[in-house]
Design a protein around this ligand. Sequence first.
Ligand code: NAP
Length: 482
Amino acid sequence: MRSLETLSGGQWVTTGEWLPVHDPADLRTPVARVPALGAADVTRIHDHAAAGFDVWRRTSPFDRARVLFETARLLRERADGIAADVVAENGKTFKEASGEVQKAADFFEYYAGIARDGYGTLVHDARPDTRTSFHGEPIGVVLAITPWNDPLLTPARKLAPALAAGNAVVLKPASETPLSGLLLARALHDAGLPAGVLGVVTGRVGRISDALTGDPRIAAVTFTGSNAVGEGLRRSLADRNVRFQGELGGKNATVVLADADLDKAVGALLVASFGQTGQRCTATSRVLVERSVYREFTDLLLAAVAALRIGPGGEDTTVVGPLSSSGHRDGVLADIARAVKEGATVLAGGGVPEGEAHAHGCYVVPTVLGDVTREMAIWREEVFGPVVVVRPVDGLDEALAEVNDSDYGLAAALFTRDLGAAHRFAEAADCGQVAVNTTTSGWDVHHPFGGFRASGSAFKEQGGEALRFYTRVKTVAFHFGP
Ligand code: NAP
């Protein structure tokens, strides 16, 4: 079994205690192991990060950009190996994993370019012979906590802007998928990132969470994950005046109006609902179809879903890989069973695939449920798996009310040929990401990204907007007259 070391103070270290990493397509043998750090190891990483920040904040933006560009180059050079590890620890298809590596590299290139520009503005000053300006400066040590569903991309989305702005980062990847975060750290290290600027915390969160999140030197926490953990963190950090960015859950809806191109809508839903086995925060899990085309649309959708091929992510023919773990698979199956008990009808899937080929993996057959009401848990709660519900609606107004009938506000999509309906939808959908005639998922590195209400926080990720979180604004007045 491979053993990977973790990054602490510019050194690759182990502790003697290990955390196994499993392949969700075949749980029988661990694929690798990573160090299980203790609280003292975590505090040491914070020590290094504080020292690393002092170096990196004073490093020229051009040198910072050079490190980030080189990181992107190394990620692309190592793409096939990294993608294979993403597949091995997460289960997604090799094509999806390869896309993840390329997009991670895009993040570093994008923010390397931005790092060369200053973040400042000159403003008028009413006093004579005075010039006033304001500019962003780095905030300090950023703790980045990431989930297992995009194990390389989510760390890249956070590290690239944080480092471009001159911060140090302590990365805590998900325990189920620590390999990708370590491979990203390896690329940054090899690209010449100074010691301490990045540290990676692998280990059992129950043992280390106080040392990880309670360290007084943390200036900000960027967290992607569940609402339960995110909301707890938000509360505890607010009392310490630590900046918090949360990318949390979603219950995203796609609306299909009668005038839509139905084949195009079905094609988009296959990607948005079943891509990455539904394990995307932006996955569509609710489909609202105008009543006059409900039957026609549902028939098309069910035929397309039946053709999706389930299997290990490493096989060329696989379209839908396993879920990330047996615990998560069991949770998804329990959500389906509860929906059925509450009155939903299984239109497709609803269980695990048969046969020896799938016997040791965490598979759930792509599932479509009908007869779902607003009172059911499956309508309100995030499943984070290959499960969608379809409901008929009478026109755009009702569809909008249903889209917004959620505590979450991450993403929504509309399929229509009516420009007026599209504009009304974009204005009235209470979500941070709105798509017309395309998928709820799949936002590019320069598109500001983040949800409203229970899905997010005040700070967006991606694009230039991300730098608002990773910088603080200093205002400077110069008087040059007598
Ligand atoms: P999770 O259980 O909240 O875990 C996320 C991360 O938080 C993991 O690294 C986890 O570590 C860590 N963590 C857990 N408890 C902690 C604590 N007490 N202190 C510090 N860190 C702690 O979420 P998940 O189940 O892995 O991820 C799925 C969720 O992420 C879904 O709800 C999904 O919607 C959301 N998500 C949101 C977005 C978005 O952009 N809005 C994107 C992707 C996913 P361990 O792994 O060691 O437990």
